[in-house]
Ligand binder design. Structure first.
Ligand SMILES: [Zn+2]
Length: 444
């Protein structure tokens, strides 16, 4: 299938462009450029033509998510990290049956599509009891049409719930099998040693070796909380990034998630080795993790993408806003990280960091885009569209989302999912897991 997509208003490479078009072949962009010229050069192709009331933006790329954490929303808030992890996360998630996981994942993915996210990296760690749960998550992504990258976690620490744990041989075997199985569906599978506290050095090395064999990135949580630095130092004599470098795992394929607590020397190391960072500023605030030094890391050439991590409200525009605000606050300089910088981190740069050809309207990229309503009350005609989306708008401004040139979300569809089947299934899951459903105080 070949077609032209044309828009009066678009965001291309982080810039506002008037009269823009691209040619789609199958699910990718073949050519892009000035709208009138592209249309004139392709007179026989059907043309999807967006008018003055619409703005075309590349789909946002979510570099790090745990979709099942939507079950913790609204009741496990305002806790310290240890209590949140032990009394909510590690208590609830291991109980999820595969079919329940399907509905939870579908709900989160549909919400992401509605918020303009077209690619998601799911860091999935319920792998200790076989492959059924992860298969259900993949099924949910395929059913709703979101572009999925599986960061398939490896975990062997004795403190972790048994359903998260496995040995190196089975993690390797299952990751290879999954990568082969999902290749034809275009789903990238990346080994993901969970963290330095949940994966042994042997397991971390083995996961990185496999990533090299498969030619894919490796994802790992690093230095999210300050205590991790002390823990790693006590065990190894080195700080986390320096220790990872001593294991020989730091390199252009390495995607560090969080990496908040770093010395200046470690930041140099990340830059020298060409490593990438996925920054999750909303979660970092929500859990009280800290503020990553994006400005310092960017100066050293570290590639940076954004993620929604605990999926409180999975919206990359929120993450862009939080990323700039935190840097402005930390450096006491309002000019330190611009809306455009943040926009690229949540689109093109994130796609590059996680190894997916997406996040921009350029030849070779997947044809993934979302349509913004320029007549929405929160859309101001005097605003630059990038600043508008990063600083002002609510995700309700996204009216349609396309993945691989196929419409996968619109307002009606989002409402239908929200109100009907998914809502009912989620309520059943909440009841079975005994999540708090009624927060009203008992009458005196
Ligand atoms: Zn995470």
């Amino acid at each position: 299938m070949k077609q032209v997509v044309r828009a009066r208003h678009a965001i291309v490479g982080g810039e506002a462009v008037h009269d823009f078009a691209f040619v789609v072949e199958e699910d990718r962009i073949a050519r892009a450029g000035e709208g009138a010229a592209i249309v004139a050069a392709n007179p026989d192709l059907p043309c999807m033509d967006y008018g003055e009331d619409r703005l075309l933006a590349p789909g946002a790329v979510n570099g790090h998510s745990h979709c099942y954490q939507i079950l913790l929303r609204g009741w496990a808030d305002d806790w310290g990290f240890d209590k949140w992890r032990d009394d909510a996360l590690y208590r609830i998630i291991p109980q999820l049956e595969p079919e329940e996981l399907y509905w939870v994942a579908l709900a989160a993915f549909v919400e992401m599509l509605g918020n303009g996210i077209t690619t998601v990296v799911e860091f999935f760690y319920v792998n200790g009891a076989g492959t059924a749960r992860l298969e259900k998550l993949v099924e949910a992504a395929i059913d709703c049409g979101i572009r999925l990258v599986v960061a398939r976690a490896w975990m062997d620490a004795s403190y972790a719930p048994p359903i998260f744990r496995e040995d190196i041989a089975s993690a390797r075997r299952d990751t290879i099998a999954l990568a082969e199985e999902l290749r034809s569906a275009g789903i990238l599978v990346c080994p993901a040693p969970h963290s330095l506290h949940a994966a042994s050095p042997e397991m971390t090395r083995a996961a990185v070796d496999l990533a090299r064999e498969l030619g894919v990135p490796v994802h790992m949580h690093v230095a999210e909380a300050r205590y991790e630095v002390e823990q790693v130092k006590a065990r190894t004599g080195l700080t986390p990034i320096a220790y990872l470098d001593s294991l020989g795992v730091l390199g252009p394929h390495f995607v560090a998630v969080h990496a908040i607590w770093q010395t200046e020397e470690e930041k140099d190391l990340m830059g020298e080795r060409g490593a990438a960072l996925i920054h999750n500023p909303v979660t970092n605030q929500y859990l009280g993790d800290g503020i990553a030094d994006l400005v310092g890391l960017r100066r050293r050439g570290v590639r940076i993408g954004l993620g929604t991590d605990c999926d409180l409200r999975p919206c990359i525009y929120d993450e862009m806003r939080a990323a700039t605000f935190l840097q402005k606050t930390a450096t006491l300089d309002g000019a330190t990280l611009s809306a455009r910088d943040a926009w690229l981190m949540g689109t093109r740069d994130c796609a590059r960091a996680v190894g997916v050809e997406a996040g921009d309207f350029a030849a070779g990229c997947y044809a993934d885009w979302c349509v913004i309503d320029r007549t929405h009350p929160s859309f101001h005609p005097w605003s630059h569209p990038v600043n508008q989306l990063v600083y002002v708008s609510d995700p309700g401004i996204v009216v349609e989302t396309f993945v691989g040139a196929r419409k996968v979300s619109d307002r009606r569809r989002a409402q239908r999912y929200g109100n009907e089947r998914i809502g009912k299934e989620l309520r059943k899951v909440a009841e079975r897991l005994r999540l708090p459903l009624d927060h009203a105080n008992a009458p005196a």
